[in-house]
Design a protein around this ligand. Structure first.
Ligand code: ZN
Length: 205
């Protein structure tokens, strides 16, 4: 029924989170029909994305690539931040949610994934060597584990507590308030701010 080029676009759009086949088709048909150049602008923006936006080489946050080809994010470049305080999150969306709460004056480390034995993700799949290096380089004294309150998030928090126990840093876990199984990025700013402020020491035993 539809031209191949359009089908291909529908297929790509349907890979985005929260976009099903029907929505993807609606987007694609809209882009074909509309006349203000959105499709061309979108194409150009997407083509540029890979070159200009990368993961921050220090923390994993989203960063703009500078003239020298280096990607260091705004949080890592901000000299007013407390380097001795490091907040560990699962994904960039969680970092952005915590930033919106305004409760975090330190810096971040984005794991990119959580421990998930059922999905075959073990400790070796987490960027722990990079995290330890960061802790040593920055002289981190307190680590706040802000992984989500899910089974995988808790398992990851325990692993981090065990791994960090011998590294002379205080380890705390964000307080409850974010509902179990809930997503940090969906928590409101006040709840998230309180969860950071009310963090408690994480026991590795
Ligand atoms: Zn960064």
């Amino acid at each position: 029924m539809l031209p191949d080029a359009l089908l291909h676009l529908v297929e790509l759009l349907a890979r985005l989170p929260g976009v099903g086949e029907k929505t993807a088709q609606r987007f694609a048909l809209h882009l074909v029909a509309e006349k203000s150049g959105t499709a061309q602008a979108l194409g150009a923006a997407l083509a540029e994305l890979g070159e200009r936006v990368k993961s921050c080489e220090r923390c994993g946050n989203i960063a703009e690539v500078d003239g020298a080809g280096k990607a260091v994010c705004g949080v890592c470049r901000d000299s007013r931040r407390d380097s001795a305080l490091l907040c560990i999150v699962a994904k960039v969306q969680d970092l952005l949610a915590i930033e919106r709460s305004g409760a975090m004056r330190g810096r971040y480390f984005v794991l990119g994934r959580l421990l998930s034995p059922l999905d075959g993700i073990g400790p070796d799949e987490l960027p722990l060597p990079r995290l330890f290096e960061r802790i040593a380089d920055d002289g981190v004294r307190e680590v706040i584990v802000a992984t989500p309150p899910s089974v995988d998030g808790e398992a990851t928090a325990l692993l981090l507590a065990r791994e960090l126990a011998a590294r002379n840093v205080a380890i705390s876990r964000i307080a409850s308030g974010v509902p179990h199984g809930g997503d940090l990025e969906c928590a409101d700013q006040i709840t998230l701010g309180r969860a950071i402020e009310g963090r408690r020491t994480l026991d590795s035993r």
